[in-house]
Design a protein around this ligand. Sequence first.
Ligand code: PLP
Length: 457
Amino acid sequence: MNEHQQQLDRSAALAARDSRVLWHPCTQMKDHETLPPIAIKRGSGVWLEDFDGKRYLDAISSWWVNLFGHANPRINAALHDQLHLLEHVIFAGFTHEPAVRLSEQLVALTPPGLTRCFFADNGSAAVEVAIKMSFHYWRNHGKPGKTRFITLANSYHGETLGALAVGNVDLYKSLYKPLLMEVLTAPSPDCYFCSPGESWEQHSVKMFERMERMLEDHADQVAAVIVEPLVQCAGGMRMYHAAYLARLREACNRHGVHLIADEIAVGFGRTGTMFACEQAGISPDFMCLSKGLTGGYLPLSVVVTTDDVYAAFYDDYAKLTAFLHSHSYTGNPLACAAALATLDIFATESIIERNRTTAAYLGRRSRELANHPHVTEVRQCGMIVAIEFAKDKRSREPYPWTERRGRRIYGHALAEGVLLRPIGDVVYFMPPYTVNEAEIDLMVRIAAEGIELATCD
Ligand SMILES: *Cc1c(COP(=O)(O)O)cnc(C)c1O
């Protein structure tokens, strides 16, 4: 048996073994009868390689986590060094250099006023931390009636019960409603629904009126407003104008309500600035970060908050004001080392600046698809580009969801060596920042073919 055949058998054998013992995330496992999971052997840069030697361009950064390519030499080296020093230590009562350095750097990088880092180990957990801290802050300030949260329609904040409750994507949420706390839901400032002739700014500002009224009516019961700044990613890469965030910050101040910025997906340069909040010139009370934080290497998340919030918990133990929340892997040193190497790449390689050129090219090539008879919008925010298609271009009437047309694009792209994972009828690109022009050309060409295939009947 030759080596190639051995590798193929290894791949098939892995898929078969997988089907006996595994249960994959966000997947109807029966779908694997027609499209089994692909066993990946190695990654390098923007490419993933299977056991057949076939390569896949990771156009979605492996679920939005990867920033500087797979098997990045600088992050690899940092992990290697850390591994020889300390893999993990309890983070209550103990500390270590990677967590201290990372916190110093995050405090310096995040918008002014964010001065304290509380670590957790995934995005949903960070959202839970921010929700609990905000509620607890008001309680410590003698306002126990502030127990509610305002969220945006079509928002996503994770899958654990608190995070799911403040999210608003029906596909993930509706079934579990009996288990979830009730929230107040304001309409989204999403500019897909702009009227003809209306600018993004005008639309988002108009949509703010309902949020303002909700704050007016409920401020005494509301602990915080939680938003995904600029892009509602899991909600279909829907985008809105920074003017909404500026108004929201001002209104939250006026009404005595916290603002939680969930930058888990949009942080670390995705929207063209290091953090999306920068484009509105605002500082939230809580900023949740994860995903790109470690360059896509290891699970780590952090809530960065203010002196004011920190001070509300700081007292004698017997007052019982402390935040008694923990995760076993809080502040894991390996994850912190990967994050430090990631921030080092940002600092030494002018990434935000260089991304402007990449984003301009990505946008220019993607907009060529706007003329397609079923494409309703090509939208962009920094390094995120989304192409939405519908049954009727003019009325934007969508295809019935049961037709699963996006899945045809997924299948076609995989066959052609590109990992695209449409959200419903939205194809999007969120590539690692190391993607080059030829790779962008490939992504766009395969997406165009996929959209043609998905809309030709
Ligand atoms: C992915 C995501 C989360 C959840 O993060 P996990 O690590 O998957 O739990 C929360 N908020 C936003 C905006 C996200 O995109």
